[in-house]
Design a protein around this ligand. Structure first.
Ligand SMILES: Cc1cc2nc3c(=O)[nH]c(=O)nc-3n(C[C@H](O)[C@H](O)[C@H](O)COP(=O)(O)OP(=O)(O)OC[C@H]3O[C@@H](n4cnc5c(N)ncnc54)[C@H](O)[C@@H]3O)c2cc1C
Length: 544
């Protein structure tokens, strides 16, 4: 049964966000311009078709609730694939109150590199050679990636640059309003907006953060563990000179540092969780300072104070019919190890091309189930490692003994490489069955040689289309998928080195999904290629 359908009422406050539109050079500028033109044409075609069909009530193929890191990345992926997508976002800009993520991990920089935009972020951040696990520093310099570093970049800056890319791709952002509810039926989703208007879409994706209205409205269970620790993060002034530096106690990490302006201080202070809810006040902060340092140092004039806990939960399902969840809407955990934003961006890259293919009708809806199947276990593992790290940030005799033992292990090369790859998101292998070690893993960014000259693998993925890389002499026919899959003949003589695994045998061919994961490897024949193409990129087209 189709529920009542509403037409979205245009509102003058609807904005096309115009953020950072810098590109890395003339070639990038031209490419970006070409993409905008292509995408704008695709979007126009989609709407025109619908109007001709009398289906004009569907205003967007996909609506994303939430324009944070996950929603923006997903919008970019969908727009690149020519999908008519819009974001609904309450914030007037990407500015954030208080401090959140401070860095990008290797796999996140790699997925941005796969779209040709990594330089925009890298040029604005600072590279650090290590990540940490439970206070132990893990060097990244021997990880086999072009981006084997942690890129320090504040979340608000990350969001601004990402929003700039999304604006170039002509994605509308309906700002200063939020999704307040929805109903779904066989043909789409009616989405109620806080200004009293509504939108209709084929799919709705909840990227609306940990308190997700989309998840709650869809009645998706959010199971896990209640908080044990509550932390405040604040930027303040202090009358007295505080003790600068980091302390560890039974509640975890406590820190005071001077901010860049030399006048204000950044504070992280943790307390045992005792039901603290709502926005913290200066009085709460002052009490917590006294509990840890014995004085509040005359704290005053806060620019921001916010609270977060180690509540650890995950959505039981990432899809309920035409409604999907990604990012913090699907999983929350303590920010130890700095993984949350990175995880959400990578959810988006897994979901984007699949949703695009379903919207375009090239793949059946069942492809969307692989999104849950692949990404749910990845987040479940992050939830486990953050719970372990949260315990290990505490300090008492027994916990110190456990952490020292762990540190001893992590100074050995093999465990260090494994844990570094885990934190950086480089060790993910989707379960695509038995086969070559590359199957289901991310394709390394090899320097290939083609008839047109040298090219990097990631460059071949800039337009988010699948690539069949033929590295040998064998005949690999993709004619029946030629409208979707690009075939590239190349040679590569170097080693195939995978993070956490080491060197693996060279495959004769590789089928690469738009998210950079390997869907099939060749052994010199085309055995299994047609089924893999059909599974991931839809049925073959008939040739006249
Ligand atoms: C103190 C702290 C430090 C952190 N440090 C790190 C770190 O170093 N590294 C890291 O990777 N992660 C870190 N994180 C986690 C990171 O901030 C989050 O994982 C990340 O912001 C999740 O992105 P998201 O887009 O999924 O959700 P959010 O960033 O929460 O974005 C959700 C968006 O949805 C919008 N929204 C909300 N409700 C609605 C609605 N009803 N309709 C429409 N839109 C709505 C919001 O305005 C927001 O823009 C940290 C978090 C905290 C609190």
């Amino acid at each position: 049964m189709r529920a009542e359908t509403h037409r979205f009422r245009p509102d003058p406050r609807v904005t096309l966000f115009s953020g950072d539109s810098r590109t890395t050079g003339a070639a990038d500028s031209l490419l970006a311009l070409a993409r905008v033109v292509i995408v704008a044409c695709c979007v126009r075609c989609v709407n025109a078709e619908r109007d001709d069909d009398g289906e004009g009530l569907i205003e967007h193929a996909v609506v994303i609730a939430g324009g944070g890191p996950t929603g923006l990345m997903l919008a970019g992926e969908l727009a690149l694939a020519g999908v008519d997508v819009a974001i609904v976002e309450p914030r007037t800009s990407q500015a954030l109150v208080g401090s959140r993520a401070r860095g990008l991990h290797t796999r996140t920089i790699e997925v941005l590199d796969q779209r040709g935009v990594a330089d925009r972020f890298v040029s604005q951040g600072t590279a650090h050679p290590a990540v940490s696990f439970a206070r132990t520093s893990l060097t990244l310099s021997d990880l086999p990636s072009r981006h084997n570093y942690l890129l320090a970049l504040p979340q608000s800056r990350f969001e601004e640059i990402l929003a700039g890319w999304v604006a170039e791709l002509a994605v509308p952002i309906h700002r200063e309003r939020e999704v307040v509810g929805f109903t779904q039926d066989d043909g789409g989703v009616d989405i109620a907006i806080s200004d009293g208007g509504s939108l209709r879409a084929q799919y709705l994706v909840g990227c609306d953060g940990g308190r997700s209205v989309i998840r709650k409205t869809a009645c998706i269970e959010f199971s896990g563990w209640d908080p044990t620790v509550s932390s405040m993060i604040a930027e303040v002034e202090m009358r007295d000179e505080p003790e600068l530096g980091i302390r560890h106690d039974h509640n975890g990490t406590q820190a005071i540092g001077r901010l860049e302006d030399g006048r204000r201080f950044g504070i992280v202070v943790s307390e045992t969780y005792a039901g603290q809810t709502g926005e913290p006040t200066l009085r709460d902060l002052s009490r917590a300072l006294v509990a840890v340092w014995g004085t509040h140092y005359g704290v005053h004039s806060p620019t921001s104070i916010s609270r977060f806990t180690d509540m650890t939960r995950q959505a039981a399902v990432y899809r309920e019919g035409r409604v999907l969840l990604a990012g913090d809407a699907a999983h929350v955990h303590y920010p130890v190890g700095g993984q949350g934003l990175n995880l959400g961006v990578q959810d988006a890259v897994n979901l984007g091309w699949k949703l695009a293919q379903v919207v375009h009708g090239t793949s059946p809806e069942g492809l969307l189930d692989s999104y849950h199947a692949e990404r749910h276990p990845v987040a479940a593992r992050v939830l486990q490692n953050t719970m372990a790290q949260t315990v290990l940030t505490r300090s008492d005799a027994r916990t110190d003994a456990l952490r020292n033992t762990m540190t001893e292990l992590l100074t050995m090369d093999e465990p260090r490489r494994r844990f570094a790859a885990m934190i950086c998101g480089l060790d993910v292998q989707y379960d695509l069955g038995e086969g070559h070690p590359l199957l289901g893993r991310r394709m390394p960014d090899l320097e290939l040689l083609t008839a047109d000259g040298p090219v990097r693998v990631f460059t071949l993925l800039h337009d988010a289309r699948p690539v069949l890389l033929a590295l040998g002499e064998q005949a690999l026919d993709v004619a029946l998928w030629a409208d979707r899959v690009r075939r590239v003949e190349a040679t590569y003589r170097g080693p195939w080195e995978l993070p956490a695994l080491g060197t693996v045998p060279a495959p004769a061919a590789v089928l690469i999904r738009p998210d950079g994961h390997v869907a099939w490897t060749g052994d010199g024949s085309d055995r299994g290629l047609a089924p893999a193409l059909t599974t991931w990129f839809g049925s073959p087209t008939s040739v006249a």
